[in-house]
Design a protein around this ligand. Structure first.
Ligand code: LMR
Length: 397
């Protein structure tokens, strides 16, 4: 039976990470998979997480199963991060949160829930979006469509086109929005544009499904939630898929959350019963460790403060690398204007390289970036690899 299985192509993002590992070139540079690197080029365990882990080792008494939706404390802390402590959604009990294996797990639980209960609703994603978005929704049996997002130059948001496209989406459909640090472009709506998006979503009766994988990597933990909070003002129902891979550095621990906001506490509890059915038939209940670490850091004022500072440091380093990249490219390829890179947020930007140039970067210079727009992971740049990186880019340009 298995002889007849066709060969699947490598994953557009993780496949590059695997190819990078196998590359024997000692000067290789990996700007493909979205993983944060410090100035030494390492992906560290955050000190706040390590402290929480030490405490957990001492205190933990059992590895018994969690409930299907995971740790209750984790759920409340996630909701506070999303909406702010004391928000009416929290005090009114209008949100339920399920701890999921990563942000991808949250997206898949959401996709299964929506497909089962709203089978005719289509999912609309920005063009472009993270390559795994359409793949997840298609795998769950949903129809995926796209709405306009970037301008013709590929450097900014085409807001009129985006808003125009949203206004044409049929009521009851689902619109996937990136809360901040849009993946793959780094291009986000302004707070004022978010207000308009929220208004159109509410008027058109569209369901917001917000992917929140980079909270704190844009302008700050609360600032990055501004779009979501605008949406929540006018849209009584929405879904949020959180990931703590990046802002807690918990990539391999797979820590995410699905938060569902309903019109009332009763509806939220009713919906939770269906979320639970979906999880039980998928992975039964979530892994404990990563969620326990996040809950521990967020519940302890000292660790929370330390974590805030660590997120700030990661965000600042990325921003510095954006500036250094633009300056270095200006010196090495003065005819090409990369100044738009400093206006973008988060780990990613579109370099604008063609697929041929992306291939050449990899094969001739051992520099790995993602195709279809030339997505670069700015968080993989360091002062040490910047010269070699920009030399390679200038060569392929
Ligand atoms: C990325 O976009 O590189 C990250 O979100 C990692 C992944 O799973 O693709």
């Amino acid at each position: 039976m298995f002889d007849a299985l066709p060969l699947a192509p490598p994953d557009a993002i993780l496949g590059l990470g695997e190819a990078f590992k196998k590359d024997p070139n000692p000067k290789k540079i990996n700007l493909s998979v979205g993983v944060y690197k410090d100035e030494r080029g390492e992906t560290p365990i955050l000190a706040s997480v390590k402290d929480a882990e030490r405490q957990l080792l001492e205190k933990e008494k059992s590895k018994g199963y969690l409930s299907i939706e995971g740790l209750a404390d984790y759920g409340s802390r996630v909701q506070e991060l999303l909406f702010g402590a004391g928000h009416e959604i929290l005090t009114g009990g209008r949100a339920i949160t399920a701890q999921t294996p990563g942000g991808t797990g949250a997206l898949r639980v959401a996709a299964d829930l929506l497909r089962k209960h709203f089978p005719t609703a289509k999912v609309w994603v920005s063009k472009p979006t993270w390559a795994n978005h359409p793949a997840i929704f298609t795998a769950a049996g949903q129809k995926v469509e796209t709405y306009a997002y970037i301008d013709a130059a590929g450097q900014g948001l085409d807001f009129p086109a985006m808003l125009g496209a949203l206004k044409l989406i049929p009521a009851g459909d689902i619109v996937l929005l990136h809360a901040c640090c849009h993946n793959p472009t780094g291009i986000d709506p302004t707070p004022q544009q978010w207000q308009e998006i929220a208004k159109v979503m509410a008027e058109r009766k569209l369901l917001p499904l917000v992917d929140f994988a980079y909270q704190g990597f844009g302008d700050g933990l609360a600032e990055d939630a501004a779009g979501l909070r605008e949406l929540a003002k006018l849209n009584p129902e929405l879904l949020v898929c959180s990931s703590f891979s990046k802002n807690f550095g918990l990539y391999g621990e797979r820590v995410g959350a699905l938060t569902l906001v309903a019109e009332s506490a009763d509806s939220a509890q009713q919906a939770l019963t269906q979320v639970r059915v979906g999880i039980r038939t998928n992975y039964s209940n979530p892994p404990i460790h990563g969620g326990a670490l996040v809950a521990a850091v967020l519940s302890d004022p000292k660790l929370r403060q330390q974590w805030d500072a660590e997120v700030t440091a990661m965000r600042s380093r990325i921003h510095q690398m954006r500036k250094l990249f633009v300056e270095t490219m200006k010196a090495k390829a003065p005819k090409h204007d990369f100044s738009f890179i400093v206006r973008q947020r988060g780990m990613f930007s579109f370099s604008g390289l063609s697929n041929v140039q992306v291939d050449e970067l990899r094969t001739k210079h051992a520099v790995y970036v993602v195709g279809n727009g030339g997505r670069i992971n700015v968080a993989g740049m360091t002062a040490n690899n910047m010269q070699a990186l920009c030399d390679a880019l200038a060569a392929v340009l």
